[in-house]
Design a protein around this ligand. Structure first.
Ligand code: PLP
Length: 382
Protein backbone atom coordinates (compact mmCIF):
# COMPACT_ATOMS: atom_id res chain seq x y z
CA UNK A 1 0.00 0.00 0.00
CA UNK A 2 1.45 3.36 -0.97
CA UNK A 3 1.98 6.14 1.57
CA UNK A 4 -0.86 8.11 0.00
CA UNK A 5 -3.24 5.22 -0.67
CA UNK A 6 -6.09 6.90 1.20
CA UNK A 7 -5.48 10.41 -0.10
CA UNK A 8 -8.15 11.30 -2.65
CA UNK A 9 -7.80 15.06 -2.84
CA UNK A 10 -5.09 15.49 -5.47
CA UNK A 11 -7.03 18.27 -7.20
CA UNK A 12 -6.63 20.33 -4.01
CA UNK A 13 -2.90 19.64 -3.76
CA UNK A 14 -0.38 16.85 -4.27
CA UNK A 15 2.32 15.71 -1.84
CA UNK A 16 5.75 17.00 -2.80
CA UNK A 17 7.66 14.66 -5.11
CA UNK A 18 11.03 13.39 -3.92
CA UNK A 19 12.78 14.88 -6.96
CA UNK A 20 11.19 18.24 -6.15
CA UNK A 21 12.33 18.09 -2.53
CA UNK A 22 15.89 17.30 -3.66
CA UNK A 23 15.91 20.10 -6.22
CA UNK A 24 14.59 22.55 -3.62
CA UNK A 25 17.34 21.61 -1.15
CA UNK A 26 20.07 21.61 -3.77
CA UNK A 27 19.22 25.11 -5.05
CA UNK A 28 18.62 26.49 -1.54
CA UNK A 29 22.09 25.37 -0.49
CA UNK A 30 24.06 25.85 -3.73
CA UNK A 31 22.30 28.84 -5.24
CA UNK A 32 20.98 30.98 -2.42
CA UNK A 33 22.37 34.21 -3.90
CA UNK A 34 20.08 36.73 -5.47
CA UNK A 35 19.93 35.99 -9.22
CA UNK A 36 19.80 39.75 -9.89
CA UNK A 37 23.11 40.52 -8.13
CA UNK A 38 26.22 41.09 -10.19
CA UNK A 39 28.92 38.75 -8.80
CA UNK A 40 29.83 35.29 -10.01
CA UNK A 41 27.73 33.26 -7.53
CA UNK A 42 24.65 35.29 -8.40
CA UNK A 43 25.39 34.66 -12.06
CA UNK A 44 25.35 30.93 -11.34
CA UNK A 45 21.96 31.27 -9.66
CA UNK A 46 20.72 33.23 -12.68
CA UNK A 47 21.99 30.46 -14.99
CA UNK A 48 20.19 27.83 -12.93
CA UNK A 49 16.99 29.88 -13.15
CA UNK A 50 17.30 30.17 -16.93
CA UNK A 51 17.93 26.43 -17.21
CA UNK A 52 14.70 25.90 -15.29
CA UNK A 53 12.87 28.21 -17.69
CA UNK A 54 14.16 26.17 -20.64
CA UNK A 55 13.18 22.86 -19.02
CA UNK A 56 9.72 24.11 -18.21
CA UNK A 57 9.21 25.45 -21.73
CA UNK A 58 10.41 22.09 -23.04
CA UNK A 59 8.05 20.13 -20.80
CA UNK A 60 5.16 22.29 -22.02
CA UNK A 61 6.19 21.97 -25.66
CA UNK A 62 6.89 25.70 -25.93
CA UNK A 63 9.67 26.68 -28.27
CA UNK A 64 10.56 30.08 -26.81
CA UNK A 65 11.59 29.83 -23.11
CA UNK A 66 11.30 33.63 -22.82
CA UNK A 67 7.52 33.18 -23.00
CA UNK A 68 7.64 31.64 -19.50
CA UNK A 69 7.27 33.95 -16.48
CA UNK A 70 7.53 32.46 -12.98
CA UNK A 71 4.88 33.50 -10.46
CA UNK A 72 3.71 32.62 -6.97
CA UNK A 73 1.04 30.31 -8.34
CA UNK A 74 -1.90 30.10 -10.70
CA UNK A 75 -3.98 32.62 -8.72
CA UNK A 76 -1.42 35.37 -9.29
CA UNK A 77 -0.93 34.33 -12.92
CA UNK A 78 -4.66 34.26 -13.66
CA UNK A 79 -5.21 37.63 -11.98
CA UNK A 80 -2.37 39.15 -14.03
CA UNK A 81 -3.74 37.77 -17.32
CA UNK A 82 -7.27 38.99 -16.63
CA UNK A 83 -6.00 42.45 -15.65
CA UNK A 84 -3.90 42.61 -18.81
CA UNK A 85 -6.84 41.59 -21.02
CA UNK A 86 -9.10 44.16 -19.35
CA UNK A 87 -6.56 46.98 -19.73
CA UNK A 88 -5.06 46.19 -23.10
CA UNK A 89 -7.92 44.94 -25.21
CA UNK A 90 -11.00 46.71 -26.33
CA UNK A 91 -14.15 44.70 -26.74
CA UNK A 92 -15.62 41.64 -25.14
CA UNK A 93 -14.18 38.79 -23.10
CA UNK A 94 -15.80 35.38 -23.52
CA UNK A 95 -15.40 33.33 -20.36
CA UNK A 96 -17.02 30.15 -19.09
CA UNK A 97 -19.10 30.08 -15.90
CA UNK A 98 -17.08 27.10 -14.64
CA UNK A 99 -13.73 28.86 -14.26
CA UNK A 100 -11.82 28.68 -10.98
CA UNK A 101 -12.84 31.50 -8.56
CA UNK A 102 -9.48 33.23 -9.14
CA UNK A 103 -10.46 33.81 -12.79
CA UNK A 104 -14.10 34.47 -12.05
CA UNK A 105 -13.44 37.03 -9.30
CA UNK A 106 -10.69 38.73 -11.31
CA UNK A 107 -13.05 39.11 -14.29
CA UNK A 108 -15.70 40.63 -12.02
CA UNK A 109 -13.15 43.06 -10.60
CA UNK A 110 -11.39 44.08 -13.81
CA UNK A 111 -14.13 44.06 -16.47
CA UNK A 112 -17.27 46.11 -16.77
CA UNK A 113 -20.17 43.62 -16.87
CA UNK A 114 -21.18 44.74 -20.39
CA UNK A 115 -17.80 43.54 -21.73
CA UNK A 116 -18.26 39.97 -20.43
CA UNK A 117 -19.94 37.24 -22.47
CA UNK A 118 -20.60 34.07 -20.51
CA UNK A 119 -20.19 30.93 -22.61
CA UNK A 120 -23.30 28.77 -22.08
CA UNK A 121 -22.82 25.39 -20.39
CA UNK A 122 -24.99 22.36 -21.03
CA UNK A 123 -26.32 21.36 -17.56
CA UNK A 124 -26.43 17.58 -18.14
CA UNK A 125 -22.91 17.20 -19.49
CA UNK A 126 -21.16 20.31 -18.21
CA UNK A 127 -19.81 20.88 -21.75
CA UNK A 128 -19.62 24.40 -23.16
CA UNK A 129 -21.69 25.48 -26.13
CA UNK A 130 -18.79 25.73 -28.55
CA UNK A 131 -20.95 27.00 -31.38
CA UNK A 132 -21.92 30.09 -29.31
CA UNK A 133 -18.24 30.82 -28.73
CA UNK A 134 -17.47 30.24 -32.38
CA UNK A 135 -20.17 32.69 -33.45
CA UNK A 136 -18.85 35.43 -31.16
CA UNK A 137 -15.31 34.91 -32.44
CA UNK A 138 -16.36 34.87 -36.10
CA UNK A 139 -18.58 37.95 -35.67
CA UNK A 140 -15.78 39.85 -33.95
CA UNK A 141 -17.79 40.22 -30.75
CA UNK A 142 -14.89 39.28 -28.49
CA UNK A 143 -11.32 40.48 -28.26
CA UNK A 144 -10.28 37.72 -25.86
CA UNK A 145 -11.37 34.31 -24.60
CA UNK A 146 -10.59 32.61 -21.29
CA UNK A 147 -11.43 28.90 -21.08
CA UNK A 148 -9.95 26.52 -18.54
CA UNK A 149 -8.34 23.29 -19.76
CA UNK A 150 -9.71 20.99 -17.03
CA UNK A 151 -12.18 21.76 -14.29
CA UNK A 152 -10.95 21.40 -10.72
CA UNK A 153 -14.31 20.24 -9.36
CA UNK A 154 -15.74 17.91 -11.99
CA UNK A 155 -12.56 17.08 -13.93
CA UNK A 156 -14.39 17.91 -17.17
CA UNK A 157 -12.00 18.68 -20.02
CA UNK A 158 -12.72 21.72 -22.14
CA UNK A 159 -11.86 22.14 -25.86
CA UNK A 160 -8.98 24.59 -25.38
CA UNK A 161 -7.10 23.31 -28.45
CA UNK A 162 -10.02 24.04 -30.76
CA UNK A 163 -10.70 27.39 -29.07
CA UNK A 164 -7.01 28.38 -29.32
CA UNK A 165 -6.91 27.54 -33.04
CA UNK A 166 -10.09 29.49 -33.75
CA UNK A 167 -8.88 32.50 -31.76
CA UNK A 168 -5.53 32.46 -33.57
CA UNK A 169 -7.28 32.40 -36.92
CA UNK A 170 -9.33 35.46 -35.96
CA UNK A 171 -6.73 37.48 -34.07
CA UNK A 172 -8.46 37.01 -30.71
CA UNK A 173 -6.27 36.54 -27.60
CA UNK A 174 -6.75 33.17 -25.90
CA UNK A 175 -6.03 32.21 -22.28
CA UNK A 176 -6.31 28.78 -20.75
CA UNK A 177 -6.03 28.08 -17.03
CA UNK A 178 -4.23 24.74 -17.21
CA UNK A 179 -3.62 24.32 -13.46
CA UNK A 180 -5.46 20.98 -13.36
CA UNK A 181 -4.37 19.83 -16.81
CA UNK A 182 -0.60 20.15 -16.53
CA UNK A 183 1.00 17.09 -14.96
CA UNK A 184 -2.11 14.97 -15.53
CA UNK A 185 -2.55 15.29 -19.28
CA UNK A 186 -0.11 15.64 -22.19
CA UNK A 187 1.09 19.22 -22.56
CA UNK A 188 1.28 19.00 -26.34
CA UNK A 189 -0.23 22.03 -28.06
CA UNK A 190 -0.29 24.33 -25.02
CA UNK A 191 2.17 26.63 -26.79
CA UNK A 192 -0.57 27.42 -29.30
CA UNK A 193 -2.45 29.31 -26.58
CA UNK A 194 -1.47 32.94 -26.07
CA UNK A 195 -1.63 32.73 -22.28
CA UNK A 196 -1.29 29.55 -20.22
CA UNK A 197 -1.31 29.48 -16.42
CA UNK A 198 -0.20 26.68 -14.14
CA UNK A 199 0.47 25.75 -10.53
CA UNK A 200 3.35 23.70 -9.13
CA UNK A 201 1.63 22.14 -6.12
CA UNK A 202 -0.99 20.49 -8.32
CA UNK A 203 1.65 18.10 -9.68
CA UNK A 204 3.93 17.63 -6.68
CA UNK A 205 6.27 20.60 -7.03
CA UNK A 206 5.48 22.39 -3.78
CA UNK A 207 3.31 25.35 -2.93
CA UNK A 208 3.56 29.06 -3.70
CA UNK A 209 5.03 28.66 -7.18
CA UNK A 210 3.50 28.68 -10.61
CA UNK A 211 3.95 30.16 -14.01
CA UNK A 212 2.45 32.11 -16.80
CA UNK A 213 3.14 31.59 -20.48
CA UNK A 214 2.87 34.78 -22.51
CA UNK A 215 2.16 35.10 -26.23
CA UNK A 216 5.00 35.09 -28.75
CA UNK A 217 7.03 38.25 -29.18
CA UNK A 218 5.06 41.13 -30.60
CA UNK A 219 1.68 40.13 -29.15
CA UNK A 220 1.86 41.21 -25.50
CA UNK A 221 5.25 42.89 -25.16
CA UNK A 222 3.76 45.47 -22.81
CA UNK A 223 2.69 42.79 -20.30
CA UNK A 224 3.50 43.84 -16.72
CA UNK A 225 2.48 41.61 -13.83
CA UNK A 226 3.74 42.79 -10.44
CA UNK A 227 5.45 46.19 -10.60
CA UNK A 228 8.59 47.09 -8.67
CA UNK A 229 11.70 45.57 -10.17
CA UNK A 230 13.35 44.32 -13.34
CA UNK A 231 13.02 40.60 -12.59
CA UNK A 232 11.53 38.28 -15.20
CA UNK A 233 12.44 40.80 -17.86
CA UNK A 234 10.31 43.43 -16.17
CA UNK A 235 7.21 41.28 -16.53
CA UNK A 236 6.92 40.18 -12.89
CA UNK A 237 8.81 42.06 -10.20
CA UNK A 238 10.04 40.34 -7.04
CA UNK A 239 13.10 38.24 -6.15
CA UNK A 240 12.77 34.95 -7.97
CA UNK A 241 11.94 31.86 -5.91
CA UNK A 242 14.68 29.75 -7.46
CA UNK A 243 14.30 26.74 -5.09
CA UNK A 244 10.56 26.71 -5.70
CA UNK A 245 11.03 26.99 -9.44
CA UNK A 246 13.65 24.22 -9.49
CA UNK A 247 11.34 21.98 -7.45
CA UNK A 248 8.46 22.68 -9.83
CA UNK A 249 10.54 21.79 -12.87
CA UNK A 250 11.83 18.59 -11.24
CA UNK A 251 8.28 17.51 -10.39
CA UNK A 252 7.00 18.26 -13.86
CA UNK A 253 9.75 16.28 -15.50
CA UNK A 254 8.57 13.29 -13.42
CA UNK A 255 5.15 13.78 -14.98
CA UNK A 256 6.40 14.04 -18.54
CA UNK A 257 4.12 13.01 -21.35
CA UNK A 258 5.92 9.69 -21.76
CA UNK A 259 5.06 8.70 -18.21
CA UNK A 260 1.50 9.84 -18.69
CA UNK A 261 1.09 7.48 -21.64
CA UNK A 262 -1.51 4.89 -20.72
CA UNK A 263 -2.39 6.47 -17.39
CA UNK A 264 -5.66 7.83 -18.74
CA UNK A 265 -7.01 4.42 -19.65
CA UNK A 266 -5.56 2.58 -16.64
CA UNK A 267 -6.41 5.03 -13.86
CA UNK A 268 -9.53 6.21 -15.68
CA UNK A 269 -10.95 2.71 -15.68
CA UNK A 270 -10.16 2.32 -11.95
CA UNK A 271 -12.12 5.53 -11.35
CA UNK A 272 -14.95 4.36 -13.63
CA UNK A 273 -15.14 1.05 -11.80
CA UNK A 274 -15.35 2.95 -8.48
CA UNK A 275 -18.23 5.02 -9.85
CA UNK A 276 -20.08 1.95 -11.12
CA UNK A 277 -19.75 0.27 -7.72
CA UNK A 278 -20.98 3.35 -5.88
CA UNK A 279 -23.92 4.07 -8.15
CA UNK A 280 -24.98 0.41 -8.04
CA UNK A 281 -24.54 -0.11 -4.31
CA UNK A 282 -25.51 3.20 -2.77
CA UNK A 283 -27.16 5.16 -5.59
CA UNK A 284 -24.71 7.99 -6.23
CA UNK A 285 -25.06 10.07 -9.40
CA UNK A 286 -21.82 11.09 -11.12
CA UNK A 287 -21.49 14.54 -12.63
CA UNK A 288 -20.05 15.20 -16.08
CA UNK A 289 -19.35 11.51 -16.65
CA UNK A 290 -20.74 11.38 -20.17
CA UNK A 291 -17.93 13.41 -21.75
CA UNK A 292 -14.13 13.61 -21.49
CA UNK A 293 -12.81 14.03 -17.95
CA UNK A 294 -9.52 13.99 -16.10
CA UNK A 295 -8.65 10.36 -15.37
CA UNK A 296 -8.33 10.98 -11.64
CA UNK A 297 -11.50 12.90 -10.79
CA UNK A 298 -14.99 11.86 -9.77
CA UNK A 299 -17.64 14.23 -8.55
CA UNK A 300 -20.98 12.86 -7.53
CA UNK A 301 -24.22 13.48 -5.67
CA UNK A 302 -24.72 11.29 -2.61
CA UNK A 303 -28.13 9.66 -2.13
CA UNK A 304 -28.79 11.12 1.33
CA UNK A 305 -27.27 13.16 4.20
CA UNK A 306 -25.09 16.27 3.96
CA UNK A 307 -21.68 15.74 2.37
CA UNK A 308 -19.80 16.93 5.45
CA UNK A 309 -21.12 13.97 7.49
CA UNK A 310 -19.77 11.56 4.87
CA UNK A 311 -16.48 13.43 4.73
CA UNK A 312 -15.91 13.32 8.50
CA UNK A 313 -16.76 9.62 8.71
CA UNK A 314 -14.45 8.84 5.81
CA UNK A 315 -11.77 10.98 7.40
CA UNK A 316 -12.11 8.94 10.61
CA UNK A 317 -11.28 5.89 8.46
CA UNK A 318 -8.19 7.65 7.09
CA UNK A 319 -9.62 8.72 3.71
CA UNK A 320 -9.27 12.32 2.52
CA UNK A 321 -11.89 13.56 0.10
CA UNK A 322 -13.40 16.95 -0.65
CA UNK A 323 -16.76 18.61 -0.77
CA UNK A 324 -15.42 20.63 -3.71
CA UNK A 325 -16.29 24.26 -3.40
CA UNK A 326 -19.88 23.31 -2.70
CA UNK A 327 -21.75 24.78 0.19
CA UNK A 328 -20.88 21.88 2.43
CA UNK A 329 -23.21 22.30 5.35
CA UNK A 330 -25.91 24.14 3.47
CA UNK A 331 -24.10 27.42 4.17
CA UNK A 332 -21.94 29.63 2.00
CA UNK A 333 -22.28 30.58 -1.63
CA UNK A 334 -23.61 28.03 -4.07
CA UNK A 335 -20.88 26.69 -6.35
CA UNK A 336 -21.03 28.36 -9.78
CA UNK A 337 -19.85 25.13 -11.38
CA UNK A 338 -22.64 23.09 -9.86
CA UNK A 339 -25.21 25.78 -10.56
CA UNK A 340 -24.09 25.75 -14.22
CA UNK A 341 -24.64 21.99 -14.15
CA UNK A 342 -28.21 22.47 -13.03
CA UNK A 343 -27.91 21.40 -9.38
CA UNK A 344 -30.22 23.00 -6.85
CA UNK A 345 -29.00 24.17 -3.45
CA UNK A 346 -30.12 21.01 -1.64
CA UNK A 347 -28.31 18.66 -4.01
CA UNK A 348 -25.17 20.83 -3.91
CA UNK A 349 -25.00 20.02 -0.20
CA UNK A 350 -24.77 16.31 -1.06
CA UNK A 351 -21.91 16.58 -3.56
CA UNK A 352 -18.41 15.27 -2.96
CA UNK A 353 -15.27 15.27 -5.09
CA UNK A 354 -12.80 12.42 -5.11
CA UNK A 355 -9.48 12.89 -6.90
CA UNK A 356 -6.80 10.22 -7.01
CA UNK A 357 -3.13 10.48 -7.88
CA UNK A 358 -0.59 9.04 -10.26
CA UNK A 359 0.15 6.08 -7.95
CA UNK A 360 -3.38 5.41 -6.74
CA UNK A 361 -4.11 1.76 -7.49
CA UNK A 362 -7.32 -0.11 -8.31
CA UNK A 363 -7.14 -1.59 -4.78
CA UNK A 364 -7.04 1.93 -3.33
CA UNK A 365 -10.14 2.90 -5.32
CA UNK A 366 -11.86 -0.33 -4.23
CA UNK A 367 -10.99 0.37 -0.57
CA UNK A 368 -12.52 3.83 -0.87
CA UNK A 369 -15.67 2.38 -2.43
CA UNK A 370 -15.94 -0.09 0.47
CA UNK A 371 -15.53 2.75 2.98
CA UNK A 372 -18.33 4.70 1.28
CA UNK A 373 -20.47 1.56 1.62
CA UNK A 374 -19.77 1.38 5.37
CA UNK A 375 -20.55 5.07 5.87
CA UNK A 376 -23.77 4.69 3.88
CA UNK A 377 -24.93 1.89 6.22
CA UNK A 378 -23.86 3.85 9.29
CA UNK A 379 -25.70 7.02 8.26
CA UNK A 380 -28.84 5.10 7.32
CA UNK A 381 -28.91 3.47 10.75
CA UNK A 382 -28.54 6.70 12.66
N1 PLP B 1 -6.93 27.32 -11.28
C1 PLP B 1 -7.38 26.09 -11.03
C2 PLP B 1 -8.15 25.36 -12.09
C3 PLP B 1 -7.12 25.48 -9.80
O1 PLP B 1 -7.58 24.27 -9.55
C4 PLP B 1 -6.39 26.21 -8.83
C5 PLP B 1 -6.15 25.62 -7.49
O2 PLP B 1 -7.05 25.26 -6.80
C6 PLP B 1 -5.93 27.49 -9.13
C7 PLP B 1 -6.21 28.01 -10.36
C8 PLP B 1 -5.14 28.30 -8.14
O3 PLP B 1 -3.83 27.81 -8.05
P1 PLP B 1 -2.81 28.25 -6.91
O4 PLP B 1 -3.12 27.42 -5.73
O5 PLP B 1 -1.46 27.99 -7.48
O6 PLP B 1 -2.99 29.72 -6.67
Amino acid sequence: MSEFAKYFDFNATAPIAEAARNAWLETSVEHWHNPSSLYREAGAARMRLEECRESLADALGIEEPERVVFTSGATEANNAVVRYLADRTEGGLAVSPVEHPCVDAAVKREFLPERVLEIPVEPQTGAIDFSALETWIRLDEVAAVSLMAANNETGILYPWREAAALCREHGVLFHTDAAQWIGKMPAEGLGECDFVTGSSHKFGGGKGVGFLVLPEEGKADDFRGLAGGPQEDGRRAGTENLPGVAAMVAALSERQDARLAGIESARGSDRDCFETTLSGEIGTVSLGASGPRLWNTSMFVLPHTKNLKWLTRLSARGFSISTGSACSAGRGNPSKVMAAMGLDFERMGRVVRVSGGWDTTSDDWAALAAAFGEVDAELKNQ
